[in-house]
Design a protein around this ligand. Structure first.
Ligand SMILES: Cc1cc2nc3c(=O)[nH]c(=O)nc-3n(C[C@H](O)[C@H](O)[C@H](O)COP(=O)(O)OP(=O)(O)OC[C@H]3O[C@@H](n4cnc5c(N)ncnc54)[C@H](O)[C@@H]3O)c2cc1C
Length: 488
């Protein structure tokens, strides 16, 4: 657990009688009681946070969720909702003082309806993201949410963290991909907001309260998701570029050159690329250029490429030639087939597992206005090196969204405990810089446990008070993921 002082959370234990009531609701296969079985649920993805839970409860449908939550509400028992447990801020990990339940949505994994004509699908919260992408594709449609953890994260978790990923530039973050929600409120009542409406100005738009709330206001049980036409003509390229300033200028020019078909634009450094090549078997360097900065650029169109007509790759070729002429692109390669494109994407998406394998590090998921990214990287790296000159900077990220994963690996041979001595000073320097540039200290990963005190430090009193009022109104007993996001 981080140095963060443990917040006060409800500590009503799960008695044998409550356990029997839970068993009556979800049955034996909906309960995990043994320590070995609970271990993966109470440990976070990085393996650095470990909490406890009296029992892991795995309901099969909304009615069971409702009954479980109602029982906990009546008894004052705390609940930690969990999807795929890939969150990086500890939001799905119980505190060590947690005495309540962990509510896993994994058994609620059914696609309930696909409406290709209306471009929507209705799904349960425990559906794995990649399954939803594949379901949409099987109907010649596209669900654009895409991130490195898509093989195990679940849509309920994606919506609860308002996840971002590599297509935000074009389609928006998770919040923008939703038409309706069903939510079990902290008292066990079911709010049915499963509407498929594009327009609905009937009072407060309640679904937006629950998206990005990290499970602190209720349990998302179902969602109506938006779909788009399936991409038919896709071109992926790996560019060696002059510097981050060139990256944002390339992106700015790419919109018109691609006829508004930019799907993704990801900044990578040589150091990040090498780290992935070192740790992830089967990856190959797309471009053996010895330059410090790279860009993964993807254009895609839903219009199939007609014979003889100019498609995405011809447009990209011309664009890259122009950008080389302008001195922004130093070298480039366009993927010639699916395998080459996949390799480029694996390199980008495997940075998190590669850094986990590399050793102890620090990562700041920040955003600033796109035009300020070069200045931020420059000043942020200098600030961290001033504090720990041997720290290794690995900045990368979704530059089209102004979102940098401002990451560092600890100096070679430095253990976690020693690195932790420098962490508070580096964190303060980075987050102060972000704030001075009117940026965000959490662009897409949320707050969870890790940024509890940072949120309190940087958000204004009026914002914190308003958030606390909403929390208290919906969850007066503070049983829903207590001690996450906000200290009450
Ligand atoms: C390799 C890797 C790459 C990643 N890349 C990205 C990226 O590009 N962009 C990005 O945004 N994130 C990224 N992440 C972070 C993570 O995958 C996302 O935050 C994801 O949305 C979490 O989904 P999950 O199902 O794993 O949620 P969990 O980790 O299980 O939970 C996350 C939070 O949501 C709450 N929650 C979960 N399900 C529900 C529910 N049904 N109702 C209410 N609350 C719920 C939990 O209590 C917790 O607070 C990455 C993670 C990894 C490991």
């Amino acid at each position: 657990m981080p140095d963060t002082a443990i917040p006060v959370i409800p500590t009503i234990p799960v008695t044998p009688a409550v356990l029997e009531s839970l068993r009556a609701i979800v049955g034996d296969k909906g309960l995990i009681l043994d320590d070995q079985g609970k271990q993966p649920f109470v440990t976070d993805w990085r393996g650095s946070l470990v909490g406890t839970a009296a029992v892991v409860v795995r309901p099969a449908n909304t009615e069971e969720v409702s009954k479980v939550v109602k029982l906990c509400y009546e008894q004052g028992i705390a609940i930690v909702p969990q999807g795929g447990n890939t969150g990086l801020m500890g939001g799905a990990t119980p505190w060590p003082t947690h005495q309540g339940i962990l509510l896993s949505l994994g058994r609620m994994n059914h696609v309930l309806e696909v409406d290709p004509v209306g471009y929507s699908m209705t799904v349960e919260a425990g559906c794995v993201l990649q399954t939803l992408q594949e379901t949409a594709a099987s109907h010649d449609r596209f669900f654009p949410l895409s991130l490195g953890a898509q093989g195990s994260c679940m849509i309920g978790g994606n919506l609860s963290t308002n996840a971002g990923g590599v297509q935000v530039l074009r389609y928006g973050n998770a919040r923008n991909l939703v038409l309706g929600l069903e939510v079990v409120l902290p008292n066990g009542e079911i709010w049915n907001g499963l509407r498929s409406l594009k327009k609905d100005n009937t009072g407060y738009d309640l679904k937006h309260l629950f998206m990005g709330a990290e499970g602190t206001l209720g349990v998302i049980t179902k969602a109506v998701l938006k779909l788009w036409p399936a991409p038919k003509d896709v071109c992926t390229a790996w560019l060696a570029i002059r510097d981050p300033q060139a990256a944002i200028e390339i992106l700015s020019e790419a919109h018109a050159a691609s006829e508004d078909n930019v799907g993704s634009c990801e900044l990578m450094s040589r150091a990040c690329t090498d780290m992935v090549l070192r740790h992830i078997p089967g990856t190959q360097d797309p471009l053996k250029a010895d330059t410090p900065w790279y860009l993964l650029l993807e254009w895609s169109s839903s219009r199939p490429r007609a014979d003889g007509a100019e498609g995405m790759s011809e447009k990209m070729e011309q664009f890259l030639a122009d950008q080389m002429e302008a001195g922004r692109v130093l070298d480039a390669v366009i993927a010639q087939n699916e395998a080459q494109s996949r390799n480029m994407w694996v390199i980008r998406e495997a940075v998190a597992p590669a850094s986990r394998a590399e050793g102890p590090g620090l990562s700041y998921d920040i955003s600033v206005a796109i035009s300020k990214i070069p200045q931020f990287i420059d000043q942020g790296v200098k600030a961290a090196l001033d504090i720990l000159p041997s720290i290794r900077p690995y900045p990368l990220g979704h530059i089209g969204d102004g979102n940098i994963h401002f990451s560092f690996m600890g100096p070679k041979d430095m253990d976690r405990a020693t690195l932790n001595q420098y962490t508070p000073a580096i964190t303060r320097a980075v987050n102060d810089l972000v704030t001075s540039m009117a940026g965000s200290i959490s662009a897409e990963h949320g707050i969870g446990i890790d940024k509890l005190d940072e949120l309190a430090h940087y958000r204004s009193k009026i914002e914190l008070d308003t958030m606390r009022s909403i929390k208290r109104a919906l969850d007066p007993k503070n049983i829903m993921n207590p001690g996450k996001v906000l200290r009450l």
